[in-house]
Design a protein around this ligand. Structure first.
Ligand code: SAH
Ligand code: SF4
Length: 344
């Protein structure tokens, strides 16, 4: 089997090149071709000797994703449906906003976490993506951008639970942040997790280049574990204790995401509960009014309930933004992603 170069870290690529008897620094040149210039063949890599290119053709390959459809919504959001080599599909969403161009990336085909409000969760889990498949979402979207467009931010908030696919995700993050890869500063990369405590600790301890967002979605253990089955395995109290103890970089704050669901977690009492449990955690809040999805029985709260919720948090001193859901018209908003997957 030919090795897919996009599944390799710089060190692994260097080892491969050294194994071919060539200079290690060639690996850096190859990396720049793969990511910065989005090369799809070895022939394009004109600053490599012909002989090395021929060796690479024999031992390695350059993956891509099959772009199945691209949908555009009136607000400028674009949703890409990609086919993987084994027939699974994932979705990626490009969101233009105030000078930024944010790409929302998938990390798994499906998701095993089964959150009750999320369409991806309802579809079940097929498999982890490889780091190449994670990075190819950026490569392929970038190829189709206009001359003045450049992806400025990446959020791991598409399909899947990124920390359940730790090794491939962290390898991909290393390349996103590297100058040989996409050169995004760590402040422009956000990983959103359902709250897998051991992997969260590891992520921060290993200084993986990303900011951390945690899907909280409730202020009590009872409601949280009802909405998110993972809440039974990692209780809210343990999650909050872990957040308090995380050795975050100076001045950095955790983002807590909170999907607001009518009559479930959107009362003034819930908001006050949140202000209590978050005390002492350096954080900010992102409120996401539920995106309603077919087959999901929950409703989005009225706008006045959303504003009331925000007000309670703001008055208690928490920076709280209401995340405008983008791309709802093309089912590209949070929780609405659903590529066809093959059962595992
Ligand atoms: N698995 C990770 C990242 C992907 S989900 C996680 O859960 O954090 C990204 C965000 O979308 C999460 O904050 C999740 O709570 C939110 N979300 C899921 N379904 C939603 C829905 N129907 N409406 C609004 N937000 C939703
Ligand atoms: Fe998975 Fe996140 Fe959806 Fe939960 S909200 S099912 S963790 S993608």
């Amino acid at each position: 089997m030919l090795v897919n170069l996009k599944d390799l870290s710089l060190e692994e690529l260097e080892a491969l090149i050294a194994g071919l008897g060539k200079e290690r620094y060639r690996a850096r040149q190859i990396m720049k071709w793969l990511y910065g210039r989005g090369a799809s063949s070895f022939e394009e890599m004109t600053d490599l000797a012909k002989e090395l290119r021929a060796e690479l053709v024999r031992t390695a390959r350059i993956s891509s994703l099959e772009s199945l459809t691209i949908e555009r919504s009136g607000d400028g959001t674009r949703k890409y449906l990609f086919g993987l080599e084994d027939g699974n599909q994932v979705e990626t969403v490009l969101i233009p906003d105030e000078g930024r161009l944010t790409l929302c990336i998938s990390t798994q085909a499906g998701c095993a976490m089964g959150c009750r409000f999320c369409l991806t969760g309802a579809g079940g889990f097929a498999r982890d993506l490889t780091s190449g498949e994670i990075l190819d979402q950026i490569v392929v979207v970038t190829r189709g951008l206009g001359p003045d467009e450049r992806i400025s931010n990446c959020v791991l908030m598409g399909m899947g639970e990124p920390l359940a696919n730790y090794d491939s995700v962290t390898k991909a993050l290393g390349i996103m942040a590297s100058d040989l890869g996409f050169g995004l500063s760590r402040r422009r990369i956000t990983l959103s997790t359902v709250g897998l405590i051991p992997q969260m600790k590891r992520l921060v301890a290993e200084r993986v280049p990303c900011r951390l967002a945690i899907s909280l979605n409730a202020s009590t253990q009872k409601v949280r574990s009802y909405l998110m089955p993972i809440g039974s395995r990692y209780p809210l109290s343990a999650l909050l204790a872990a957040c308090r103890a995380l050795p975050l970089p100076p001045r950095e704050r955790i983002t807590f995401e909170y999907v607001l669901i009518q009559g479930v977690n959107d009362s003034e009492g819930d908001a006050r509960g949140l202000t209590q449990i978050l005390r002492g955690i350096r954080c900010k809040m992102n409120l996401i009014p539920l995106n309603e999805c077919p087959g999901i029985a929950f409703r989005r709260p009225q706008e006045k309930a959303v504003l009331r919720f925000q007000k309670v948090l703001m008055e208690a001193g928490y920076t709280t933004i209401i995340r405008e859901s983008r791309g709802g018209a093309i089912s590209a908003a949070c929780g609405q992603l659903q590529g066809r997957i093959r059962g595992s």
